[in-house]
Design a protein around this ligand. Structure first.
Ligand code: PLP
Length: 393
């Protein structure tokens, strides 16, 4: 564990880790165990009385998972972190743990589709009311708050339009009405933005994305003050959904190069967003690092960099977008984002496939929209590839 204050790239490597590991292993090992034994009954009773901190059963915790949690907590400037098997488990268990029947939640409209689906269908089934407001309509956000409102939940930046919320404003509204705030900061990561520093209560991440960074794990995290995060740890202990030891190991490994990856992705995405904005076949680019982005000023104020995801609209229809994408040599056509490989998708054919064009438009998804998650390949190679792809429109 590092004692003096360090910068994020040092924390990514050393944070949460003990200096002396079993057998002088340099990397923290995978504790591939589902349970832990007690030497004798006295040791068990000692543990049950809370006199020692140690493993008991895998659904409650695992040493490899714990190191990943501590590393993430240090990166995010949080007192505590709880890891889950997926980003959705982190979001859903947190909301289920914090809300009861008859209570009310405010969410913002532009968000990962499954999160919205969970709030609008599953939470409603449990008698929890949900109001949806636009991400930058702070008056609507405040007006939506009722006596039974417990939480304001939003992504920032949002998926897929990269809306950036003014976190200070959100906190001001929430404090005035004694409401808790949760920000899904998957797109930003603690490299680019630390919502807790602005007074947000809880941060969630899909660790599947930038934190893992290699498209080889699923994971989710929630972070914040110890009492609230540990209460959600108890929810996980009852319902399950803990990240498995091997994935926790891969997350620790992925985090070691986190700062390097994010720096490259920030730079590359900025250059590519500028290239796209100047291209005649591209009608609109959504990237917070561009002066043309509706939330550029807030992004500059509260983010260190703007991440690797760019959404853009082309001068053509769904098929024209597919022709462009099919012509590309480097990006994979795949859901997800934030990995070392560049990924590309048309939201209309991926997350929103089962909806009609009209239904998609009702939730703001246009058929000419393309989402690009910039990896760490050579920036010029990606631009050359996009250039030849755009010629097929
Ligand atoms: N939050 C955001 C912003 C996402 O984009 C996603 C997935 O795309 C999730 C949460 C869900 O994460 P996971 O796929 O790890 O469950």
């Amino acid at each position: 564990m590092i004692k003096n204050k360090k910068n994020i790239s040092t924390i990514a490597i050393h944070g949460g880790e003990e200096k002396v590991l079993p057998q002088r292993s340099l990397t923290f090992p995978i504790f591939q165990t589902s349970t832990y034994y007690f030497k004798d009954t006295a040791e068990l009773v000692d543990y049950m009385e809370g006199n020692v901190e140690r493993g008991e059963y895998g659904r409650y915790g695992n040493y490899t998972e714990r190191v990943a949690e501590k590393k993430l907590a240090e990166l995010e400037g949080a007192e505590e972190c709880v890891l889950f098997s997926t980003g959705m488990t982190a979001v859903t268990f947190t909301l289920l743990g914090m809300l009861s029947k008859g209570q009310h939640l405010v969410i913002t409209s532009d968000s990962y589709r499954r999160t919205r689906q969970f709030c609008l269908t599953y939470l409603k089934k449990f008698g929890i009311e949900v109001s949806v407001v636009e991400p930058d309509d702070y008056k609507a956000m405040e007006d939506a708050i009722q006596e039974n409102t417990k939480i304001i939940f939003s992504e920032s930046p949002t998926n897929p339009y990269l809306n950036v919320l003014d976190l200070e404003k959100v906190v001001e509204i929430a404090k005035k009405h004694r409401v808790k705030t949760i920000i899904d900061a998957t797109f930003a990561t603690p490299y680019n933005q630390r919502p807790l520093d602005f007074g947000i209560d809880i941060v969630t991440h899909s660790a599947t994305k930038y934190l893992g960074g290699h498209n080889d794990i699923l994971g989710g995290a929630i972070l914040g003050k110890a009492p609230i995060i540990n209460a959600i740890r108890d929810v996980r202990g009852v319902m399950g959904g803990i990240v498995d030891p091997h994935n926790a190991y891969l997350l620790i490994r992925g985090l070691k190069t986190f700062a390097l990856r994010l720096e490259k992705q920030n730079q590359s995405a900025q250059t590519i967003a500028e290239f796209l904005e100047g291209h005649p076949k591209v009608t609109r680019v959504y990237y917070p690092g561009l002066a043309s982005h509706v939330h550029h000023d807030i992004a500059v104020k509260q983010m260190k960099g703007f991440g690797g995801v760019i959404s853009f609209e082309i001068d053509g229809d769904l098929d024209a977008g597919s022709r462009m994408i099919d012509a590309l040599e480097i990006p994979f056509i795949a859901p997800s984002l934030g990995s070392v490989e560049t990924l590309i998708e048309q939201p209309s054919l991926m997350s929103y496939f089962e909806l009609s064009t009209e239904e998609r438009l009702a939730v703001g998804i246009k058929d000419n929209l393309i989402r690009l998650s910039v990896g760490i390949e050579d920036t010029q190679d990606l631009i050359t590839d996009l250039q030849q792809g755009l010629e097929k429109i």
